[in-house]
Design a protein around this ligand. Structure first.
Ligand code: NAD
Length: 428
């Protein structure tokens, strides 16, 4: 059986439908929650460096804000689609709810490829995006953040534009700001570290010392690199990573059985997470096809690149040795592959839980920005660990008590909380 042709929003809705049935949600709640509350489609005209005007298409989708202001990143991607943004907005609602932070879900995107844009052109896209959406966003309303191919610099341009338009400082408008400009210490590390906090807890439950484990990771960007940093600190060994080769428009895996050297690999990686193949070969890495990361005989797999990567086709290649799959990326597993993972009894830490460290720390940043009072890094990471650990423990306990798959358990907690908030507000 092949995977159905992939549509992220249909996948998000079908996941929601399954959980709505487990929860026994009423028709009104189902109809409300399986769609977005609001979505904006915008055009951003930009005077390019060569003097021509190019119009970029962008989106902002606010899925649900019953539990608090909507929150979610902005992606710059040449293949961005409204359905991907819709799905990601819905997943943000569940993610904020599963870690129990008082925020709703949103997501945004611009169809563009930063690889082919100058810094000035990217700044104009950021400022244009805010000009189109400023009246529908704000610190108590909808708060953006960085995501795929956007950085703290992009956030700062957006914040500057928002403050110029509103005539006052509003550091809580956006998160992922540079440290020293209202950013939180620990934010850069938060998503990758969060993935490892949940893996550490899963290993405890499985009675496996982290130092006895190996991992293979898809991606070598922000999430993957900080996951590797913390995993190494708890003595785990990463033997394979993969990344996208921009020049060749394909992906490659980089394997080293005695463990990759994070610092050395970072030195030969561009800012988009692409590793230089020739230099890696020189450092003793075996260069394999892009899919090879999933076939490795390791204890832990971490897809941390993009959605739709673990499919029916390659799920069968997952080694019998694999005990944990932690979804660093959003929506990396298709429903067909998910069934394979569930049937094989692999301990899955689903995306909404595994990668919730990013939004949790963004929430901390927003709190600090609104107070204009900043915490030390240890305080931020300590609070992050507490939130991630308690969210993991709640999902894992529910999974055991009700004999649920971990993904379903996390969704039952999250959707249950959002549905309750909608009922409490009298919306349904
Ligand atoms: P990034 O742009 O920093 O890195 C992405 C990495 O994936 C790069 O190394 C790139 O080369 C690699 N990649 C892209 N396509 C690939 C392919 N087909 N095969 C193998 N590798 C490929 O992005 P990031 O911030 O690390 O985000 C990764 C994922 O995590 C995304 O799904 C994102 O939505 C999700 N996520 C990120 C955050 C965050 O705080 N950054 C938070 C939650 C979820």
């Amino acid at each position: 059986m092949e995977d159905k042709s992939f549509n992220a929003f249909e996948m998000a809705q079908s996941q929601f439908d399954g959980v709505a049935d487990i929860l026994g949600l009423d028709e009104g709640s189902k109809e409300l929650l399986r769609y977005n509350l609001r979505e904006y489609h915008i055009s951003i005209p930009v005077r390019m460096d060569d003097g021509s005007v190019k119009v970029f298409r962008g989106f902002r989708v606010q899925h649900n804000d019953a539990r608090g202001p909507a929150k979610g990143g902005i992606r710059f991607h040449p293949m961005e689609t409204i359905d991907t943004v819709r799905a990601l907005a819905m997943w943000m609602t569940w993610k904020c709810a599963v870690v129990d932070i008082p925020l709703g879900g949103a997501k945004g995107g611009v169809i563009c490829d930063p690889h082919n844009l100058s810094s000035r052109e990217q700044e104009l896209i950021c400022r244009g995006w805010v000009r189109q959406l400023a009246r529908d966003m704000g610190p108590l309303n909808d708060i953006p953040a960085p995501d795929v191919m956007t950085s703290s610099q992009h956030m700062l341009w957006m914040l500057d534009e928002f403050e110029m338009l509103n005539g006052e400082k509003a550091p809580g408008f956006i998160t992922g700001k540079p440290v020293g400009m209202g950013g939180s210490l620990g934010r850069t590390e938060a998503t990758g570290y969060g993935v490892i906090f949940t893996i550490r807890e899963a290993l405890k439950e499985l009675n496996i010392p982290p130092g006895d484990t190996t991992a293979s990771i898809q991606g070598f960007g922000n999430v993957a690199q900080y996951a590797i940093e913390l995993y190494n600190q708890i003595w785990g060994k990463v033997v394979c990573v993969s990344c996208w080769d921009q020049q060749e428009q394909t992906s490659y895996s980089f394997k080293k059985m005695d463990g990759i050297d994070l610092k050395a690999l970072q030195e030969i990686t561009d800012r988009f997470g692409g590793i230089d193949k020739d230099k890696a070969r020189g450092l003793g890495y075996e260069i394999l096809p892009g899919d090879a990361w999933i076939e490795q005989e390791v204890d832990i797999l971490i897809p941390a690149a993009l959605e739709n990567q673990v499919t029916r086709k390659n799920a069968g290649k997952i080694s019998d040795k694999v005990k944990i799959i932690a979804e660093g990326a959003n929506g990396p597993t298709t429903p067909e592959a998910d069934k394979v993972i569930e049937e094989r009894g692999i301990f899955l830490i689903p995306d909404l839980l595994a990668n919730a460290g990013g939004v949790t720390c963004s929430y901390f940043e927003q709190v600090q920005s609104n107070m204009n009072y900043f915490w030390e890094k240890d305080e931020v990471l300590g609070k992050l660990d507490l939130k991630m650990t308690s969210a993991f423990t709640a999902a894992s306990k529910l999974a055991k008590d009700k004999k649920l798959y971990m993904r379903d358990a996390a969704y039952v907690i999250a959707i249950g909380r959002v549905a309750q908030a909608c009922r409490d507000r009298g919306w349904v």
